[in-house]
Design a protein around this ligand. Structure first.
Ligand SMILES: C[S@@+](CC[C@H](N)C(=O)[O-])C[C@H]1O[C@@H](n2cnc3c(N)ncnc32)[C@H](O)[C@@H]1O
Length: 296
C-alpha cells in the first residue's frame, strides 16, 4: 500500500511509522499528534485504517497553515508548487532566496512547501527574528511536481474531513484527550550537542515534559513517546524517569544516512516508551510486539 509523504521533513518518523502503529490497541477513537511535523504516524494509521479521527498539532503556525491547505485545497497547492518548481529552472539558488524572502513577508503555505523541498536536510530553521534562514541544498531541485501532486492529493484523501488541525503548545493540545484515544508524542530531537543544557530539549523543558506525562498517566491515557535513540553504541539524549512506569523498547530503524556517508556500518535504533494504560490495552499483542522490537 502506498503511504504518501506530504512534504519532506527533518525528523519525520516515516521509516518506523508502521512499527509504531502496530503498537496501537484494536479500538482507537482518535489519534493525537501534539508534535505533528509531517504527521508520518497519522498518515500510516490512516493508510492502514487504524483510527477514525485525527488531531494534528504543531507550534509552528505556518506549518499548520500548510497542513490546512493540503487538507482543504490540495489541487491548487499542487499547481502553485508546480509553478514555483518550473520557475526556478536555471536560477535555482537565486530563486530559492527570492522565495525565502517572500515567505518571510507573507507566510504563504506554498512558499513553505517549496522551501522544505529545496532546503538543506529538509530542516526548518528560523533566526532570532523568527525568519526562515535555512540555506538551499545546491545538489537538489526539490521533489518533482508530479510526485508532489500525488503525495499531497493522497494525503488529503486519507486525512481530509476527519482531522482537526491546531497550532498550540503541546500541553494545551492534550487537554481534551480521552482514554479511548491514543497519543503519539515526538518532541524535538535531543541531538548530540554535549554543551546543550540538559534541562531543555531545543526549547522544551524536560521537567515540564515529564510532568505532562505524569498528568496523562493520572488520566489513564494511552500514549507512545519517541524520545532518544542510538546509532551503534552511541546513545543520544537522556532517558525518561522510571517513576513514569513506562515500558521501553527499541525499533531497528536501519542504517543512518549519516553513518552510511561516513562509510560506517552502524544501525540506528529508535527508542519508544509506552504508557502504563497502553501496555494494559495491548497486553494480548505481546508476542507480536516481541517480534517487532528489541525489548530493553
Ligand atoms: C521531531 S519533530 C516531529 C516529527 C513528526 N513525528 C514527523 O513524522 O514528521 C518535532 C515537532 O515538534 C514541534 N514543536 C516543538 N516545540 C513544540 C511545542 N512546545 N508544542 C508543540 N509542537 C512543538 C516542532 O515544530 C516539530 O515540528
Amino acid at each position: 500500500m502506498s503511504v504518501p509523504q506530504p512534504f519532506p521533513y527533518q525528523g519525520s518518523k516515516r521509516k518506523i511509522a508502521q512499527a509504531i502503529i502496530s503498537l496501537f490497541p484494536d479500538q482507537v477513537d482518535t489519534l493525537i499528534e501534539p508534535f505533528a511535523g509531517s504527521g508520518a504516524v497519522s498518515i500510516a494509521a490512516a493508510t492502514h485504517d487504524k483510527t477514525r479521527r485525527f488531531v494534528l498539532n504543531d507550534i509552528n503556525a505556518p506549518l499548520m497553515a500548510l497542513w490546512k491547505k493540503i487538507l482543504t485545497d490540495s489541487e491548487s497547492l499542487a499547481k502553485q508548487y508546480e509553478s514555483l518548481w518550473f520557475a526556478q529552472q536555471n536560477q535555482e539558488s537565486d530563486y530559492y532566496f527570492y522565495i525565502r524572502s517572500e515567505f518571510n513577508k507573507t507566510h504563504q503555505p506554498h512558499y513553505l512547501l517549496y522551501l522544505m523541498a529545496r532546503c538543506v536536510k529538509a530542516a526548518i530553521r528560523y533566526n532570532a527574528n523568527g525568519e526562515f534562514n535555512q540555506s538551499p541544498d545546491h545538489r537538489r531541485q526539490g521533489m518533482h511536481p508530479a510526485t508532489m501532486r500525488k503525495n499531497i492529493l493522497l494525503t488529503a484523501k486519507l486525512l481530509g474531513g476527519k482531522t482537526m488541525l491546531l497550532s498550540l503548545d503541546y500541553r494545551e493540545a492534550l487537554a481534551q484527550v480521552q482514554p479511548l484515544d491514543i497519543v503519539y508524542l515526538d518532541p524535538p530531537y535531543q541531538g548530540v550537542c554535549q554543551k546543550q543544557d540538559p534541562r531543555y530539549v531545543q526549547g522544551l523543558s524536560f521537567e515540564s515534559f515529564v510532568e505532562t506525562l505524569h498528568d496523562l498517566n493520572s488520566r489513564s491515557i494511552s500514549y507512545i513517546v519517541s524520545y532518544d535513540g542510538r546509532t551503534g553504541h552511541k546513545t543520544y539524549g537522556q532517558t525518561l524517569p522510571e517513576s513514569l512506569g513506562l515500558s521501553y523498547l527499541e525499533i531497528n530503524a536501519g542504517r543512518s544516512s549519516q553513518a552510511t556517508l561516513l562509510g560506517r556500518d552502524s544501525v540506528t535504533f529508535e527508542s519508544l516508551y509506552l504508557s502504563p494504560a497502553l501496555s494494559v490495552r495491548i497486553k494480548h499483542k505481546s508476542a507480536a510486539v516481541q517480534q517487532l522490537a528489541l525489548w530493553a
